[in-house]
Write a new protein. Structure first.
Length: 255
């Protein structure tokens, strides 16, 4: 365990080697995502539109998503490292490749959580945001979301390996699919034509949208937790087996 903690600490320090000022672009991007959506929800509520969620729920959903965005949709360096030829170097270290990538990713979350998420959490009441989860099951759902996020990320890394370095294509496909199907941008609850059920039960629906729905109290904890557990049980073996079969196809610098 110590080696993974050390990896996480190194990744954390790597985010701030150039100073906190270099984190400002990421903070601005988060604010540019957050503020327009909060304004949009207020406009919709002011027009009397029935969105299937109260204004408070919509605002809290969007706000918490901005604070925990790195956890709700996990993105590791596996795909880019595969493209750059660095992933293969992890096999020379006395630690699990999955463990190294997960430790590096989790360590990389900490600076943004401290510099952006924590201050925004403190001032949340000023924006009328309820920062207390509707159910404590939110925390278990968040852990299952993170676990599933890693499994899905490793599967996309395998796809990058299989496509022989077409990392940008995989990244574009991934962002398009996850933005639509994860429920982090548009809550499933407000989708028309009865699409809510379909989106809730597909694998990406157990990512960000699942814990966020529990946070604001628009979903059943039993349904969310069982669905997340099911997808973790199904997708982790697939990710492990696929990665094992794909690693022989990796190419490092020099051939």
């Amino acid at each position: 365990m110590r080696k993974y903690i050390t990896t996480a600490v190194i990744a954390m320090k790597g985010q701030t080697n150039g100073g906190i000022i270099y984190m400002f672009p990421s903070i601005i991007v988060n604010l540019l995502y957050l503020l327009p959506l909060m304004f949009l929800w207020r406009v919709i509520a002011a027009n009397g539109t029935d969105a299937g969620m109260t204004l408070e729920q919509l605002l809290t959903y969007t706000y918490v998503n901005a604070l925990l965005s790195q956890m709700l949709v996990v993105r590791t360096m596996a795909s880019s490292w595969s493209y750059e030829g660095q992933l293969i170097s992890l096999f020379a270290r006395p630690a699990s490749v999955f463990g190294q990538i997960m430790a590096q990713t989790i360590g990389g979350w900490i600076p943004m959580l401290l510099v952006f998420s924590l201050p925004m959490l403190i001032i949340a009441p000023l924006f009328g945001i309820n920062i207390i989860p509707a159910t404590p099951w939110f925390f278990l759902a968040l852990l299952l979301c993170i676990s599933l996020g890693f499994a899905i990320d490793f599967m996309f890394a395998c796809l990058t390996i299989r496509l022989k370095g077409m990392a940008w294509l995989v990244y574009t496909m991934r962002m398009a699919v996850i933005s639509l199907f994860s429920g982090t941008v548009i809550p499933f609850r407000i989708l028309p034509f009865g699409l809510t059920r379909f989106f809730e039960f597909q694998p990406f629906g157990s990512l960000g949208g699942a814990p966020l729905s529990l946070f604001v109290g628009t979903a059943s904890p039993a349904q969310i937790i069982i669905t997340q557990l099911a997808w973790n049980i199904v997708l982790w073996p697939i990710a492990i087996i696929w990665f094992k079969k794909s690693k022989e196809r990796q190419v490092s610098y020099g051939g």
